[in-house]
Design a binder for this molecule. Structure first.
Ligand SMILES: Nc1ncnc2c1ncn2[C@@H]1O[C@H](COP(=O)(O)OP(=O)(O)O)[C@@H](O)[C@H]1O
Ligand SMILES: [Mg+2]
Length: 256
């Protein structure tokens, strides 16, 4: 199950600060979209708006053409900082999330599967404070996946993980997305990750938060980091973010 998301001319201001300026994005049902950009360009604010935790100052956001008003179990967000319940074990955190949905009866037998996917089988009965930061992040991610929302919003979900765990979870995320067919909107700082995972990449720039470019990615899955098309797209994005200047240009910028 999945739902479409439409973001139309959205502006969000916090007092005098414009966090988002006239942002429009069309997201198809079942599409995997990533938002890429430096810190402060409004990525988290946009996800908070889509999850219903924040309202727009101007513009419109809809889910399956209905205005987004408040939170809904069909639109789940995994925050940059994990939000596991501190007084429940990891297993019970997943069970608790499932209990809020119709899936509990059929899915409670799969909790061990989710724990194993996150590499947390041995830590199932531990509490969040007994886990490392990366483990907590993995637990929060599989807790959201277990609930099978129509729209899954992920705010740098793999940010605190070491490279190998990160690559394993990227593949698991792709597999689950292909199985569950949900709409995924993911924030990442990692351009490689965006190219590896998504069908659409939204490149954003800060102050005010704007869309620099929306790139459609037609490469089939699984993708290869070493393909020329992969490398070309990564370079285009880095250029858009001003991280791939010619050496001469860099030299001129810093010379007096
Ligand atoms: N609740 C808030 N109150 C005031 N300013 C905020 C608030 N949330 C975000 N901002 C500001 O909006 C801008 C965008 O923030 P954010 O969406 O967190 O960016 P990103 O996730 O891309 O790093 C930042 O300058 C941030 O300081
Ligand atoms: Mg953020």
């Amino acid at each position: 199950m999945s739902a479409s998301i439409n973001i139309k001319n959205v502006t969000k201001t916090f007092e005098t600060m414009t966090a988002l300026d006239d942002v429009s994005i069309d997201i198809k049902a079942g599409e995997f979209v990533t938002l890429v950009g430096t810190s402060g360009c409004g990525k988290s604010t946009l996800l908070r708006i889509l999850s219903g935790l924040e309202t727009v100052t101007d513009g419109e956001v809809t889910c399956d053409e209905k205005p987004i008003k408040g939170t809904n179990a069909n639109r789940i967000m995994v925050f940059q900082e994990h939000t596991l319940l501190p007084f429940l074990s990891i297993r019970k955190n997943i069970a608790f999330a499932l209990k809020g949905t119709k899936l509990y009866k059929t899915e409670k037998k799969n909790i061990d599967h989710w724990l194993s996917l996150a590499g947390l089988t041995e830590f199932a009965n531990k509490y969040p404070h007994q886990l490392s930061g990366g483990m907590r992040q993995r637990a929060a991610l599989v807790r959201a996946l277990a609930v099978q929302p129509e729209v899954l919003m992920l705010d740098e979900p793999l940010g605190a993980l070491d490279n190998f765990t990160r690559m394993t979870l990227q593949d698991e995320l792709l597999k689950l997305w292909q199985e569950q067919n949900n709409t995924i909107i993911m924030v990442t700082h990692d351009v490689d990750e965006a190219v590896y995972l998504s069908q659409k990449i939204i490149v954003m720039t800060p102050r005010p938060g704007r869309i620099k470019e929306a790139l459609e990615v037609s490469m089939s899955y699984p993708r290869n980091h070493a393909d020329s098309e992969f490398i070309e797209l990564r370079t285009t994005i880095l250029k858009n973010l001003n991280y791939a200047k010619e050496v001469k240009e860099q030299y001129e910028e810093y010379s007096i």
